[in-house]
Design a protein around this ligand. Structure first.
Ligand code: ZN
Ligand code: ZN
Ligand code: FE
Length: 763
């Protein structure tokens, strides 16, 4: 039979996931000669044999891909046979186009876990065991192609045993870049009071002992530090709250076994699948009423964030053999940072910055190059919905149908992410955080330059938010002043939110965009946040919004929802407000006149839906001052979820200068009447949710008659409210709309950068 040869170029996540060994094994199975290698673009395969054999090989190649690999493109061409004998893996090649995808960090696999627990294995209880199917990736990568010298593992030379596995095609560790063991790899140690107190297994035993005794321990992980303590010890949790200056924002917990989580939370099959997935996000689960955890973990909240161990070291913290028989069940694992600053990643810096919070530090010497926070997911509307996209997901890209100029979209201010676009790909960054402190801004700039290098993107287009004072906008303008040829433009915040849904679901038709959000800069200079758009990308036209209400004291009204409550009530009732005789008005009687004067000055007008939730929360006496973002709205949601009423408050829609306006006046009249009539706060909160959902669907129907489209895109931080998202989606589906919202992207400001890039691309 005549020899044939094929050259195959594969793009996608094909590095660091055991792809070359897989190719090698396949080649042996089909008796092919040739070679494979990593390039900066992905993987190249050259194979020669009889035609039938190469066809069968190609078929198997796409049908049997390794579990973590994702093929996004494959090009095959027939070439002249070179007469090679045998099959080999050749040295990686840096090619011109740097387009290889980088795998996110992956939780420890079942095989490695079993080995770690086997007392005869040479890696018994080794905290850094990994293989081609699991372990750190993005967090340690400095350059592509993904090879050990391009990662922070280059500091460790493999021992003979590890090198043997690394070079053995039958081994699970064949070309596993972070491969290591006790002899040659990273180690752990425990620091207390500035001194190293123990190392290796003893350090872990000590850390467990300290946690059980009520201490707060910093633990270095994959993408940064965690702060850990016993989740059953309410005194310690309270102490951690005081030290971290975090009075009520929920803490996430970690368990080693989903069964433990079942003792305090409800877990559906979808949620279990998320908990145990290789990405291992924090999953928000509904708390059981008589759970085994202390109340201080997520006070006033119906949910608790739970994650499963995802590094070998995490599992060792729960190891029975290391715990003197008294195992830990569940530990608080909150991000290791001081408030508003990025996660700590460096041993010395962490020891300095967290010394006021943590009693002990369990550290290791595998350096973290790219900081990645834990991701957060919640099942809403029966699907997994991303609340924070970072570890396990970043930097896997999103795909576009048309090729783009190299673009940097700078994102928003809070929950910032940025987005690099190139060819047909959007690379969304990991979670950066709130760009309010110098340290976070430093992280932002560092992450931008590292990702530009990693994916070899040299932006010729820069997009930023319309808000002139965002640090991300300043960053964009500074780039422009350095490089005059740069194309730069701004995108309105809520249009970007809606565009992110369009991009995520690859929608080509005309859409109705509904953005219910906190606050964002509007095209009319006012503060938007309850917006209705219609059109296609690049131009979404604002066709309606929630009515404008003054924000007394501007930004302060976000921190102090009672200000919005006074403003909304005054707008609805005028001077009648003094005689309303409800608890809220009685409480603020002495301050009313001042704030009404402030509101009358109309310093800042807002159409924000988030601020309306705040106002209602304050009027009901649920939350009138907040200590973390969206607290008042979240607590209102918790009340509403405890009611089953189908009644809904009526909102009016009126038209003004061609714009549809949703007015809250009538809703507030009914709400005040209910308050006086002793209707429960749970029912009132629910009627508000139902009413706003109802008017949202009604608005979309009105817009549909003009815009002739059935597609609705929901976006903005308010849609992280599970109850609200579900009832809005249901109401819209009843009216025969097709409903889309952010699922793999968070609907809060984490999605703004992708929306900016999508709009830039469409222009
Ligand atoms: Zn593994
Ligand atoms: Zn070794
Ligand atoms: Fe926003």
């Amino acid at each position: 039979m005549k020899n044939a040869a094929v050259s195959i170029e594969i793009e996608g996540i094909v590095q660091g996931v055991g792809f070359r060994p897989f190719v090698h094994r396949l080649a042996e199975r089909f008796g092919l000669n040739g070679y494979t290698l990593n390039t900066s673009e992905g993987i190249t395969i050259y194979a020669e044999a009889g035609r039938q054999k190469t066809d069968a090989f190609l078929k198997a190649l796409t049908a049997e891909v390794p579990p973590l690999a994702r093929i996004t493109g494959i090009k095959t061409s027939q070439v002249a046979p070179q007469g090679i004998t045998g099959f080999s893996i050749r040295e990686s090649k840096k090619t011109q186009q740097q387009t290889a995808l980088v795998s996110p960090d992956i939780g420890i696999c079942a095989d490695c876990l079993a080995e770690m627990n086997r007392d005869t294995d040479r890696r018994h209880r080794y905290p850094f065991i990994n293989c081609t199917n699991c372990g750190p990736r993005f967090s340690i990568i400095q350059d592509i192609p993904y090879d050990r010298p391009g990662t922070t593992m280059k500091a460790f030379n493999m021992c003979m045993d590890c090198a043997k596995e690394y070079n053995d095609i039958r081994s699970r560790r064949y070309h596993a870049q972070p491969n290591a063991c006790f002899v040659c790899g990273p180690q752990v140690w425990l620091i207390s009071g500035g001194k190293t107190k123990a190392s290796g297994e003893e350090a872990i035993c000590e850390a467990i002992r300290h946690i059980r005794a009520g201490a707060i321990v910093a633990v270095k992980g994959i993408g940064g530090f965690h702060i850990a303590c016993d989740a059953k010890n309410s005194l310690t949790v309270q102490r951690l709250r005081n030290l971290k200056k975090r009075p009520s924002k929920p803490f996430a917990v970690m368990v080693a076994d989903p069964k433990k989580a079942q003792t305090f939370a409800e877990i559906s099959d979808t949620e279990l699948a998320l908990l145990t997935s290789p990405e291992r996000p924090i999953v928000l689960l509904r708390k059981k009423s008589a759970g085994s955890l202390c109340q201080e973990l997520s006070p006033d909240n119906n949910y608790i964030g739970v994650m499963l161990c995802y590094t070998p070291l995490h599992y060792l913290l729960f190891d029975r053999g290391l715990s003197d028989g008294q195992q830990l069940d569940c530990i608080v694992m909150t991000s290791g940072n001081i408030s508003d600053e990025p996660l700590e990643t460096d041993n010395d810096r962490a020891a300095r910055n967290l010394s006021g919070i943590c009693d002990h530090f369990l550290v290791h010497n595998r350096a973290i190059h790219n900081r990645v926070d834990d991701s957060i997911v919640q099942v809403m509307d029966k699907r997994p919905v991303m609340l924070r996209r970072s570890r396990g997901y970043a930097p896997f890209p999103f795909f576009a149908r048309t090729a783009m100029k190299p673009t940097l979209a700078c994102g928003a201010e809070l929950k910032n992410t940025f987005c690099l676009a190139k060819d047909c790909r959007f690379f969304l960054s990991q979670y950066i955080g709130d760009l309010k402190t110098y340290a976070t801004y430093q992280f932002y700039r560092e992450a931008v330059s590292r990702m530009e290098k990693l994916f070899s993107v040299k932006p010729s287009v820069v997009v930023h938010d319309l808000h002139p004072d965002y640090l991300s906008s300043h960053y964009a303008l500074a780039l422009k002043s350095k490089k005059k040829s740069l194309k730069i433009f701004s995108v309105q915040h809520h249009a970007a939110h809606c565009a992110s849904v369009v991009a995520e679901h690859d929608l080509k038709e005309k859409i109705i965009g509904v953005c219910f959000d906190g606050i964002g800069y509007g095209a009319d200079g006012r503060i938007w946040g309850g917006e209705f758009f219609a059109g296609t990308l690049p131009r979404l036209v604002r066709v309606g919004h929630l009515e404008y209400v003054p924000m007394p004291g501007g930004d302060k009204a976000t921190q102090e929802p009672f200000r919005m409550a006074i403003s909304c009530l005054y707008q609805a009732f005028g001077e009648e407000i003094y005689r309303l005789n409800i608890g809220f008005i009685n409480k603020y009687q002495n301050m009313l006149a001042d704030f009404i004067t402030l509101a009358k000055l109309k310093p800042v007008l807002t159409s924000s839906a988030g601020r309306l939730f705040d106002a209602v929360s304050a009027i009901l006496g649920i939350c009138d001052r907040i200590t973390y973002e969206a607290q008042a709205a979240i607590r209102l949601q918790m009340f509403a979820e405890r009611s089953k009423t189908a009644k809904a408050y009526r909102f009016d829609i009126f038209e003004e200068g061609g714009m549809l306006i949703v007015s809250s006046g009538r809703m507030l009249e009914q709400l005040v009447k209910d308050l006086k009539g002793y209707v429960s706060r749970e029912d009132i909160a629910r009627r508000f949710h139902n009413g706003l959902a109802e008017v949202t669907a009604r608005m979309c129907s009105v817009i549909r008659t003009k815009s002739k489209t059935n597609t609705v895109c929901l976006s903005g931080g308010v849609f992280q409210n599970k109850l609200f998202l579900e009832i809005v989606a249901e109401q819209l589906r009843e009216k025969k709309f097709s409903v889309f919202y952010n699922e793999v992207l968070p609907s809060n400001d984490g999605s703004v950068s992708l929306g900016q890039a999508a709009i830039a691309n469409a222009r």
